[in-house]
Write a protein that binds this ligand. Structure first.
Ligand code: J2J
Length: 541
């Protein structure tokens, strides 16, 4: 048996985290087994047409795990999974945890380029995807993947008409031919996705021990219990709605997850009313849509008690309006798939909830705020955030060169965020140094899009930057230098789409320049470009 390799915490730290009771040697599947035995008939998840009790979820995931084991899949194997916000996503997640298979859960908005990049890194033996996604309506992409990844020998598709391919038929009772079990809790359970700032999207190996601790601690802070009815409105595979406390926090507490296909009020409000949802997690751009819709449908939202907001900076004015208009508690969440999650606490003062992004959830989260030379800044000053702790990774998957940049010699992760830490320990996010665009909580690595645009024969130089946007917080703008004066943005967008890039990464706007401005050291001066577009926008608005 060969397990998935990853950068381990040094033994002294691992020992400390075990002694403190954070790491308990328990697999992520254990929470489901426990709920299924104590309250089998309680509804665990409602999504689209299906409603699954804890017993259903446990049984279906065990059956799938058994069938996969019967095919020889198990510990050390990897899977590529792409499902929408549907109950099957959790059946698959728990099945893979039970069978020791480590999945990458791609977002449904991901396209060919992202899936190929993930597959090339993890070399999955198993692909689980959906016929409802444009990549999988025909078989061509599955064939392409199978050619690219010879190890890929099992493909299951949601709602496929053929029983042997159809994911749901694998949820049915199977003969026990081979045994299966989760990977040891200190080993990789699955891969999270990095927002990234590099050319290829990086993968984040999370162990059962560290992830389960982050979920357990989040549940304590957010006070989830059996009465929790959580609306999963964001993409379900994302770290926030999966673990902060997210769906896993709900399953750990014995509550109910209600899945919405998208975070729009038209989908969410009726579900909140029907299901008496009392908590949800949103990004600020979705919250803004809710605030607009709330005044015309206030009766839909009466059951809501807590709205968590994170993924991008929540403006103070919006925070105040939300608390006022929605009539429930607000919580700011500043987290990252690499680990560290900060929460404002439920009994915090309004001042904390409106003005800060919370404080680290664990007493063993170590925070450094540093200047350009990585010396700690004076208390309360702005600097770059560095962190390590019991659920923050020590390295990306198979990325030694990038790890040398993203982590310091002591294992601190450089998050790329500019923050200030107040004397009371609370963090305020003031900006970022990583070359990324945060488009309504969806992260775009500038370098990835720039490299692809450079592949166009008429593009000589390119710089992708963020542009402030009323609705999304930020949008993207590509500054290009081209020899062809007639080259249109629409052509470049089509080009990028043709390469298989996810839609949300397509530049919202293109601007042409004769040359890109450079800094004194010869790098593209993105600050100047950002100032320039901001001025241009103020003039035209
Ligand atoms: C400002 N920027 C924020 C916030 C994240 C919980 C919540 C969010 C994520 C997430 C997550 C922010 N204010 N409140 O994984 O478990 C930006 C920062 C951060 C990056 C991480 C969770 N909350 N951000 O957003 O991996 O720049 O995780 O470094 O997608 O989002 O992005 P991601």
């Amino acid at each position: 048996m060969s397990l998935v390799p990853f950068t381990r915490w040094p033994e002294a730290f691992a020992e400390r985290y075990r002694r403190a009771g954070y790491w308990r040697g328990e697999p992520l599947s254990q929470m489901l087994i426990e709920q299924a035995s104590t309250q089998p008939d309680t509804v665990a998840v409602v999504g689209g047409r299906s409603s699954l009790s804890y017993a259903d979820l446990d049984r279906a995931s065990t059956n799938l795990a058994q069938r996969l084991a019967n095919r020889g899949l198990g510990q050390g194997d990897r899977a590529l999974v792409q499902l929408s916000n549907q109950a099957e996503l959790y059946v698959v997640f728990f099945a893979l945890m039970k069978a020791g298979i480590a999945p990458v859960n791609a977002l449904f908005s991901h396209n060919r380029l992202e899936l190929v990049a993930y597959a090339a890194q993890v070399r999955p033996r198993l692909l689980i995807a959906s016929r409802a996604h444009s990549l999988f309506t025909e078989d061509a992409f599955v064939e392409e993947l199978t050619e690219l990844i010879p190890e890929l020998d099992t493909v299951l598709l949601n709602d496929d008409p053929h029983p042997e391919l159809r994911l749901q038929s694998w949820f049915e009772q199977a003969t026990a031919l081979r045994s299966f079990s989760p990977t040891p809790a200190g080993e990789v359970a699955f891969f999270q996705l990095s927002g990234g700032s590099t050319g290829t999207p990086k993968l984040i190996p999370r162990t059962h021990d560290d992830y389960l601790y982050s979920v357990r601690r989040s549940v304590e802070i957010c006070q989830f219990d059996r009465d929790t009815r959580y609306l999963c409105a964001l993409p379900a595979a994302h770290n926030f709605p999966l673990s902060s406390p997210g769906a896993l926090g709900v399953f750990l507490s014995g509550g109910r997850v209600v899945l919405s296909p998208d975070p729009g009020p038209a989908s969410c409000f009726p579900l909140i009313a029907q299901q008496q949802v009392n908590v949800t997690a949103l990004v600020p751009s979705a919250l803004a849509m809710w605030l607009q819709a709330a005044s015309s449908h206030p009766e839909d939202l009466v059951s809501l008690q807590l709205i968590q907001v994170g993924g991008a900076k929540l403006p103070e004015a919006q925070a105040r309006r939300a608390a006022h208009l929605l009539g429930c508690k607000l919580q700011q969440v500043f987290g990252m798939a690499e680990g560290l999650v900060n929460y404002t606490r439920l009994d915090d003062s309004e001042e904390h909830v409106y003005l800060t992004q919370g404080q680290p959830m664990s007493p063993d989260d170590e925070i450094k705020v540093v200047d350009r030379e990585e010396r700690p800044v004076a208390a309360g000053e702005v600097g770059a955030l560095m962190t390590r702790g019991p659920y923050t990774i020590r390295g990306y998957f198979q990325s030694p060169e990038h790890n040398a940049i993203a982590f310091d010699a002591d294992g601190f992760y450089r998050s790329g965020d500019l923050v200030c830490q107040r004397p009371d320990g609370y963090l305020v996010v003031v900006g970022r140094i990583k070359d990324q665009i945060n488009r309504g909580g969806e992260k775009i690595a500038a370098e990835e899009v720039e490299n692809l645009l450079m592949a166009h024969p008429d593009v000589a130089q390119v710089a992708l930057i963020s542009v402030p946007d009323q609705a999304m917080g930020e949008k993207s703008c590509a500054y290009i230098v081209t020899h062809d004066p007639s080259l249109k943005g629409i052509v470049l967008r089509k080009f990028l789409r043709g390469l298989g890039l996810a839609d949300y990464k397509l530049p919202d706007r293109f601007e042409r320049l004769d040359a890109l401005p450079l800094t004194a050291v010869g790098k593209v001066d993105k600050n100047l470009l950002r100032r320039r577009i901001a001025e241009q926008l103020t003039v035209t608005e």
